[in-house]
Design a protein around this ligand. Structure first.
Ligand SMILES: NC(=O)c1ccc[n+]([C@@H]2O[C@H](COP(=O)([O-])OP(=O)(O)OC[C@H]3O[C@@H](n4cnc5c(N)ncnc54)[C@H](OP(=O)(O)O)[C@@H]3O)[C@@H](O)[C@H]2O)c1
Length: 322
């Protein structure tokens, strides 16, 4: 079968589109024939050896797929050949077929497209876990989302609204601010004079929950705009810079900095993860969340698509199709 292969940790240009052995359905695994494969920022870090997890090389990257079950292992109990499913694969997703444990798979309702299903896994899964378990976002609170037109950002905007918050979106261009507003943000602003703008919008009270997938200078600015009892969520560092914070700021302003690692959450708290996914699917069916799919591209173009994502040139969710 065809797949995107990382022969070694190397620049994105060296990703190869070529032949890779077909996966087998062993034990509790099912084999999924992919119709949609989600592109995630961390995929681009992983293949360059810049991610916290490093699989043995060569490997096929890709953490989420949606499609049909084409084979089941002898220990599979809840799925059959032909079922429409989405799965969290961690790696191996950029391929025509992938084998994944049944426990990491969810059946799809007829009304959900495979592209939307991919978006719901990592992008929405991360933002939901961040705002619900880590940020404890409550109705009526103010949520500020940096990188609000990105994959986790658009998800955070919609989940923030679903949880009853007032959502302030921050994005770098008028076009990205428009995307965040269309996703449901109450207000969208740029990074210039961010601290002053957030002070004004919150009536001097400061932000209750900050969502930061960007890092760099924007993190400190958001830290300085946090309100009393606020929770500043560390999601990622798309700007390439891991910020440092003078911790006296948390003391003086009475806010917390809270780390979010969704991948480990799915492993350490599988029941909470499954419950989160059920809630997301219910919100999707009720029309409360609707992924912003930027485009669907051929699997063979994965390297160029990843370059665009890591180069700040994408918005919403990008999908690959074998
Ligand atoms: N903690 C977790 O569990 C978890 C899970 C998934 C992803 N992540 C991490 O979260 C981060 C964002 O992921 P994502 O899927 O939301 O990515 P994304 O769709 O590419 O969005 C990232 C946003 O960051 C902003 N940005 C600022 N400077 C940038 C730069 N130099 N290059 C690229 N983007 C830049 C961009 O918005 P503006 O142009 O508007 O600034 C962009 O829309 C990544 O670091 C990823 O590894 C963490």
């Amino acid at each position: 079968m065809k797949a995107i292969i990382a022969r070694a940790f190397a620049p994105l240009d060296q990703l190869e589109y070529g032949d890779w052995p077909e996966p087998e359905a062993k034990g509790d695994a099912v084999v999924i024939e992919a119709e949609a494969i989600g592109v995630n920022y961390p995929d681009g870090l992983l293949v360059q050896g810049l991610y916290q997890m490093k699989p043995p090389t060569p490997f096929v990257p890709g953490m989420e797929v949606a499609g049909r079950v084409v084979a089941i292992g002898p220990k599979v109990t809840g799925l059959k050949v032909g079922d429409r499913v989405a799965a969290l694969t961690v790696v191996s997703g950029y391929a025509e077929k992938v084998a994944v444990s049944e426990t990491m798979t969810m059946k799809l309702p007829d009304a959900m497209s495979t592209a939307d299903a991919c978006a719901l896994v990592c992008g929405y899964g991360t933002s939901h876990h961040a705002l619900k378990q880590r940020g404890q976002l409550r109705p009526g609170e103010t949520l500020c989302v940096l990188g609000a037109a990105g994959a986790t950002g658009t998800a955070a905007v919609q989940i923030g609204k679903a949880l009853g918050a007032k959502v302030i979106a921050v994005a770098s261009s008028p076009e990205k601010q428009r995307i965040a507003l269309e996703a449901g943000a109450d207000i969208a602003i740029g990074y210039d004079n961010l601290k002053e703008a957030l002070k004004e919008i919150t009536g001097g009270k400061g932000v209750d929950v900050g969502f930061d997938p960007v890092g760099g200078d924007a993190f400190e600015v958001l830290a300085r705009a946090m309100g009393w009892n606020g929770r500043l969520l560390v999601i990622g560092f798309a700007s390439g810079a891991i910020p440092k914070l003078a911790v006296n700021l948390t003391l003086v302003k009475g806010f917390s900095v809270v780390g979010v690692y969704w991948g480990d959450f799915t492993v350490k708290e599988p029941q909470a993860y499954a419950e989160n996914m059920r809630e997301l699917v219910a919100w999707y069916l009720a029309g409360k969340v609707k992924p912003v799919i930027e485009g669907i591209y051929p699997l063979a173009d994965a390297a160029n698509i990843l370059k665009r994502v890591l180069g700040r040139g994408a918005s919403g969710k990008l999908i690959l199709k074998p």
